[in-house]
Design a protein. Sequence first.
Length: 156
Amino acid sequence: MQVGYAADTGLGKGNYRWVLGLSSDAFPNPEGTYTERRMCAITSLDQELGDILGVWIRFGWQDDAAAIDYKAIYSGGLNISGSLWGRSSDNMGIGYAHMNGGNQDVDHTQVFETYIRFALSDIFAITGDMQYVEDAMKAGDGPKGWIFGLRLTAEL
C-alpha cells in the first residue's frame, strides 16, 4: 500500500510517499526451518529547493522474522537540474545509503553513488551511474568495490 502527497510550495515541488509492504509467507526464517512473511515500512521524501537544486531522503525498516540482510535503510542525496547547463530535461545527483541490522552475515553496508542522466529526446534518456559499495561482515572482512552502470529508459 502506498500513500503519496505532492506539494508545490515557495521552495518548489515536493513529493512525499509512505509505503507499507507485506509479502507471502514464502521466505525462510533465519535458521531455515520454516517460512515467514516479510513486512516493511518506507518513507520517501523529495523536495526541490528552487530551479536547480533538490534533496531527497528515504528510510525504511523491515521485520526480521524472515532471513534478511538488512533491517533498516537510511539514504539521502542531492539532485541537480540540467537547467544549470542549459538542458532542463537532464539531471545529475549524488547520494549515500547506510543499511544495517539484518540477521544474516552482513553487519552493515555503505553505498556512495553519483549519476548523470541525459535526455536523448522527449521519450528516451540515458543514465550513467557509478557506485562504491562497502560491506562490513559480522565476522571477517567484507567485499568492497566499484559498480558502474549504463541505463537506457523510455517514458511514454
